[in-house]
Design a protein around this ligand. Structure first.
Ligand SMILES: Nc1ncnc2c1ncn2[C@@H]1O[C@H](COP(=O)(O)OP(=O)(O)OP(=O)(O)O)[C@@H](O)[C@H]1O
Length: 295
C-alpha cells in the first residue's frame, strides 16, 4: 500500500479537562514534507492537541492518525520515527550537553551524528558544559538537538524558540529549513508570527479548541483581510482607502497631485502583516463570541 500523502490526520478531535473544553472538534491534515504551524492565543488548545498527536495525552473523541498509526496505541517503532521538542524544559541535569545528545542518539535505530546535531543547533562551544549551567536559550537549543538526533520523519516543535535571542532564532530557522529540504515534516506551535511567516508552508489559527482559519501564510484570512491600505494627506486631512489595486490608487492620486512636479503628501502603501491578519481573526472570533446569546 503506498504511504499516505498525509503525515497527520485529525478529525473531530475532542478533549476536556473536567468542565473545561480544551479541544472542541478539531480537524487537521498535515502533508508529508511540509512545515505546518499552529498559532493561537494562550489556552487555545495547541499543546493539548500536539501532545495527543505525540501520544502523550489521551483524547475523549475523534480520529487521529500520525504516520499512519493511532498515537494512543502505537509502539516503540512508531515513536522512533517521530521527534518531539516539548514546551516544558527537561530536568536540570548533571550531564553535559554532549553526553545527553549521545545518550539520546542511542535510543534510535538510525540516529544522526551527535556532533553534527550539536553543531546544527549552535551548541559547539557549550558541548562540554553541564546542562544545569546552560542559559534558558541554550537549554532550548539542547531540547531541539534531542528532538532531531533520532532523524525523525515527523518533528513536533512546541514553541521551540521561546527564549532565543534574535540571532539564535535565525539560525534555528535555517536549521528547520534544512530539515524540510531533507524531507522532514515539521509541526510547530509558536507565538511568533514572523516565525510562522518565515518557516511555515501552511498555518492553522486555533482558538477555543477549534480551527478558525487554515492557509498558506500569504493567503490567510482571504483577500479581504489582505487588502492594501493607501494613506495620504489631502487638503490638510489624512485620507485612507483599502484596495486590491494600490498601484491604480497611487496613479490616480499622482495624476491629481500634479506628479512629477509634486509629491503626494504623506503617501504610504501598507500591506497587512501576518500578525495584522492573525489579530483580526482572533479579534473577530472574540467579538462573535461576545454576541452569542447567553443560554
Ligand atoms: N493538565 C491539564 N489539566 C487541566 N486543564 C488543562 C490541562 N492542560 C491544559 N489545560 C487547559 O486546557 C486549555 C488548553 O490548554 P493548552 O495548554 O492546550 O493551550 P495552548 O494553546 O497550548 O496554550 P499556550 O499558548 O499558553 O501554551 C487551557 O484552558 C488550559 O488551562
Amino acid at each position: 500500500m503506498p504511504a499516505s500523502p498525509l503525515a497527520v490526520e485529525v478529525a473531530g478531535l475532542r478533549k476536556r479537562y473536567g468542565d473545561r473544553v480544551a479541544v472542541d472538534g478539531l480537524d487537521l491534515a498535515v502533508r508529508r514534507g511540509e512545515v505546518f504551524a499552529v498559532l493561537g492565543p494562550n489556552g487555545a488548545g495547541k499543546t493539548t492537541t500536539v501532545e495527543i498527536l505525540e501520544g502523550f495525552r489521551d483524547r475523549d473523541a475523534g480520529h487521529v492518525s500520525v504516520l499512519g498509526q493511532d498515537p494512543a496505541t502505537a509502539g516503540r517503532e512508531w515513536r522512533a520515527r517521530i521527534g518531539v521538542v516539548l514546551q516544558e524544559a527537561r530536568d536540570l541535569s548533571e550531564a553535559t550537553a554532549e553526553e545527553l545528545v549521545r545518550h539520546f542518539a542511542g535510543y534510535y535505530p538510525a540516529p544522526r551524528d551527535p556532533d553534527e546535531v550539536i553543531d546544527a543547533v549552535g551548541l559547539r562551544e557549550k558541548a562540554r558544559t553541564r546542562v544545569r549551567l546552560l542559559s534558558g536559550g541554550q537549554r532550548r537549543r539542547l531540547d531541539v538537538a534531542l528532538g532531531i538526533v533520532g532523524d525523525p520523519e515527523l518533528l513536533f516543535l512546541d514553541e521551540p524558540t521561546t527564549g532565543f535571542d534574535p540571532q539564535a532564532r535565525r539560525s534555528f530557522w535555517s536549521l528547520v529549513g534544512g530539515l524540510r529540504d531533507q524531507g522532514t515534516t515539521v509541526l510547530l506551535t509558536t507565538h511568533y508570527l514572523d516565525e510562522a511567516e518565515h518557516l511555515a508552508d501552511r498555518v492553522a489559527v486555533v482558538r477555543d479548541g477549534r480551527i478558525l482559519a487554515l492557509d498558506a501564510p500569504s493567503e490567510l484570512g482571504g483577500r479581504a483581510a489582505r487588502r492594501a491600505v493607501v494613506r495620504w494627506v489631502e487638503d490638510g486631512e489624512p485620507r485612507e482607502v483599502r484596495t486590491d489595486h494600490p498601484t491604480r490608487t497611487v496613479a490616480e492620486l499622482a495624476a491629481r497631485s500634479g506628479w512629477p512636479d509634486a509629491e503626494i503628501p504623506g503617501l504610504q502603501v501598507l500591506r497587512p502583516s501576518l500578525e495584522d491578519v492573525y489579530l483580526g481573526l482572533i479579534g473577530d472570533a472574540a467579538a462573535a463570541q461576545d454576541e452569542e446569546p447567553v443560554a
